[in-house]
Design a protein around this ligand. Sequence first.
Ligand code: AMP
Ligand code: ZN
Length: 114
Amino acid sequence: MADCLFCRIVAGEIPATLIHEDDGVVAFADIRPQAPLHVLIVPRRHVATLNDLTEADDALVGRMLRTAAAIAQAHGYADRGYRTVFNCNGDAGQTVFHLHLHLLAGRGLGWPPG
Ligand code: AMP
Ligand code: ZN
């Protein structure tokens, strides 16, 4: 999608600090980090929200989550702990409508979230 911010990052048209990329997903640093480590893991293919996933995407979502776990591990947070979040639509505060998994680590994270 030409007008999608994260599609443009995936295509290399907008710069980002890349953390990981493979044939299915791209991970890059959040531009407004909410924790010492704040990474977004996105599918290469445009998917707007969690509501738009189908059974055919089950492996893709697994890849996103395992990529988050691998990045957390690589940065030394596997044992200490970290959080993964998908925001979906307005009440959850989704602002970019290209599916993304937040990985947050490096500080104590409150619960329940705001
Ligand atoms: P959400 O509110 O769940 O839709 O999250 C969108 C995230 O994208 C926010 O945490 C933003 O800080 C982040 N973001 C917006 N623009 C960029 C960008 N150009 N590069 C990296 N992260 C971005
Ligand atoms: Zn997109």
